[in-house]
Design a binder for this molecule. Structure first.
Ligand code: ATP
Length: 357
């Protein structure tokens, strides 16, 4: 895979939120402790022997409710995330995404519902479970005086079966900096090290919270490649993002949350009935041509005429386009500026979340 380019960061914005919310200020240190928690039995037992088998549903929630005092932030949601999936969690600001994710990571308690993450209720998570869950933090405990390789070796020593250090370094694109001290890394390189640290215990489930916010376009592409690479390794990725292109590019499934409720779920192609939504076709009228000249199939799809253009809508755009093409060919009309528009993911998302404001 492509590896990371300079300036890239796949760190979540979680710590920014942590700073915003005093009550969550210990999240980073808890996660760092969880990540560095020594495995008590470092016997010959292999990791796969130690672990309970991964069921197909890596995350399963039913009737999940989470309240802050009198305010119910999550209002009865069901979630199912399968092994190896990239699952994108979308929703407007304040929808309840972070609240849900923090519960799934074992940092918040629910007020109602059933939750299983990797076969365990996250409220009763133990160090073994935490080892299987990777959370990418924006700032983590990288060691300024250690080289990248030494730092990963140190952290890897806390796990029963850490990922090989060189493989990790390559995965996050730090090969050239493997022997550079932490203090000498650029901001983007430190963040790559953060990701490597989150992956050192070889987690099965990785939470990525707005992983590419603020990235330049090539850094964003490189991060997507890395996420796709993690999926190719069989990891399950729970991705929270506001970036529709990112969701469309990466997600196997998308779930849209608004005001604490799920308002849409599906693949990027089927979400909110996108696959069966009406397509829009428009073209400029050829000189001297009007609606009376159109063949019946095209005329029946005509919805409007604006600025010299015919506007059509259809659930069967190929049928209309076929009739339109035959008609234009027969009469020698070029229709060079014809446009066909299928609803974008962003348009579907806005429709789904419109009522939540
Ligand atoms: P964003 O996209 O802005 O990060 P989000 O979907 O992650 O939003 P949450 O952070 O989960 O939203 O917040 C959901 C709701 O819960 C919001 O209305 C928020 O104000 C409220 N909330 C979050 N934390 C607390 C808290 N500690 N006390 C009270 N209300 C809270």
């Amino acid at each position: 895979m492509g590896g990371w380019r300079p300036g890239l960061s796949v760190a979540a914005v979680r710590n920014r939120r942590v700073r915003d919310r005093g009550h969550r200020a210990d999240l980073a240190s808890e996660a760092a402790i969880a990540r560095s928690a020594p495995v008590t039995t470092q016997s010959e037992t292999t990791r796969s022997d130690r672990r309970p088998p991964v069921s197909e549903a890596v995350i399963s929630a039913r009737g999940l409710r989470i309240s802050y005092g009198d305010f119910e932030a999550v209002r009865g949601i069901d979630l199912d995330v399968s092994q190896g999936e990239v699952f994108a969690f979308l929703g407007p600001n304040g929808a309840g995404k972070t609240t849900t994710v923090e519960l799934l990571e074992g940092y918040l308690k629910r007020t109602a519902g059933e939750v299983s993450v990797l076969g365990v209720d996250p409220e009763h998570a133990d160090p073994d479970w935490r080892e299987r869950v990777g959370v990418v933090l924006q700032e983590s405990a990288f060691e300024p005086d250690l080289t990248v390789r030494e730092c990963l070796k140190l952290y890897g020593g806390y796990y029963g079966s850490p990922r090989p250090v060189d493989e990790l370094i390559e995965l996050v694109g730090l090969t050239e900096k493997a022997d550079a001290r932490g203090a000498s890394l650029s901001g983007g390189q430190r963040r790559r090290l953060d990701v490597a640290l989150a992956l050192v215990g070889d987690p099965d489930l990785i939470f990525l919270d707005e992983p590419t916010t603020g990235f330049d376009p090539s850094a964003r592409r490189a991060a997507w490649e890395m996420i796709a690479g993690l999926q190719a390794l069989g990891k399950t990725i729970f991705l929270t993002t506001h970036d529709m292109e990112e969701a469309e590019h990466l997600a196997d499934r998308i779930c849209v949350l608004a005001a604490g409720r799920i308002v849409g779920e599906g693949t990027p192609q089927t979400l909110g009935g996108r696959d069966s939504a009406r397509s829009e076709i428009s073209f400029a009228w050829p000189a001297g041509v009007g609606r009376a000249d159109l063949p019946p199939t095209v005329l029946s799809a005509l919805t409007d005429e604006h600025h010299g253009r015919a506007e059509l809508q259809s659930h069967a755009p190929m049928e209309v386009l076929g009739a339109l093409a035959a008609w234009a060919h027969e009469h020698g009309y070029e229709l060079g500026d014809i446009e066909v528009h299928r609803p974008t993911l962003e348009e579907i998302y806005l429709q789904l979340t419109d009522g939540s404001k």
